[in-house]
Write a protein that binds this ligand. Structure first.
Ligand code: DGL
Length: 290
């Protein structure tokens, strides 16, 4: 095992959404250390524009490399991947880098009716990268694409302390109902949308609401697990996979969560979604270079 194998894997998102990817990473790679950076001080990214998102992605990638000596970077944000993954690869040519994109190919494999819904941020769904992905699958299924302005922000806000509770839950449900309602009928009969791609990592945390609204016949597709498997493959190829012997270290010893926003919402999200203690979390300043 090389020294690099001991280094953490960096994971980053505009906010708490990428914790859904971290969940899959920690299950797939129980011996690895992770440093997760939530840019909650600047979330949401989806309605910000490419130049801003690209600048934040580069600043955070640089910070994770310089301060945490990461051995790989997972960009757990569809919006940042669409806006900036090419530049990040060019900037860190030696670093294994994994991005996330809406899982259209698995959706094509899963659909029976041939009608697939895709929800994501405006930034992701209006990107050239997404247009190319869609074009590559032309003729294989019909895609109904719906940007969900405000949904990631509502999920982000639902981690606030003290919790707004019912108000947040109602807003998330109302947004999910409005956007899926605009896409047409969901179900397993001919002509209905039977598969919904969650093209934003935040939306995984609205899964129960979506399932309740759309019914049990609709398949929801997220990207955490394939991203985790791809991360394992890249580490294996680089020879930097952590040694996998003996009992895995407890999560609080191998996972560090950082935020550019307020601490309490991250602690709340970490506890609620990842069962991690508050001591795993800290704030961080990642200024924009001039
Ligand atoms: N979680 C992010 C994504 O997957 C971005 C949400 C946002 O900040 O708008 O696209």
């Amino acid at each position: 095992m090389t020294d690099a194998a001991q280094q953490p894997i960096g994971v980053f998102d505009s906010g708490v959404g990428g914790l859904s990817v971290l969940q899959a990473l920690r299950a797939e790679l129980p011996y690895e250390r992770f440093v997760y950076l939530a840019d909650s001080g600047n979330a949401p990214y989806g309605e910000r524009g490419d130049a801003f998102v690209a600048a934040r992605t580069q600043a955070i990638g640089d910070h994770l490399c310089a301060q945490h000596h990461i051995k790989a970077l997972v960009v757990a944000c569809n919006t940042a991947t669409a806006a900036a993954i090419h530049e990040a690869r060019a900037r860190h040519p030696q670093l294994p880098l994994v991005g996330v994109e809406p899982a259209l190919k698995p959706a094509v494999a899963a659909t029976r009716t041939g009608r697939i819904g895709v929800i994501g941020t405006r930034g992701t769904l209006s990107s050239h990268k997404f247009a190319r992905l869609l074009a590559s699958l032309q003729g294989q299924a019909e895609f109904i694409v719906q940007p969900c302005n405000g949904l990631a922000h509502a999920i982000e806000r639902s981690t606030a302390v003290p919790p707004a509770g019912v108000q947040d839950a109602t807003e998330i449900r109302a947004l999910c109902a409005r956007y899926t309602g605009a896409m047409g009928r969901f179900g397993s009969s001919p002509g209905e949308i039977d598969t919904l791609v969650l093209g934003c990592t935040h939306y995984v945390f609205a899964q129960e609401v979506l399932r309740d609204l759309l019914g049990p016949e609709v398949t929801l597709i997220a990207t955490g697990e394939p991203v985790a498997r791809q991360t394992r493959r890249l580490l294996q190829a680089a020879g930097t996979l952590a040694a996998e012997s003996g009992p895995p270290p407890p999560p609080q010893e191998r996972i560090r969560l950082l935020t550019t926003g307020a601490l309490a919402p991250l602690q709340n999200a970490a506890h609620r979604w990842l069962q991690l203690p508050a001591q795993c979390c800290a704030t961080v300043d990642v200024p924009q270079p001039r």
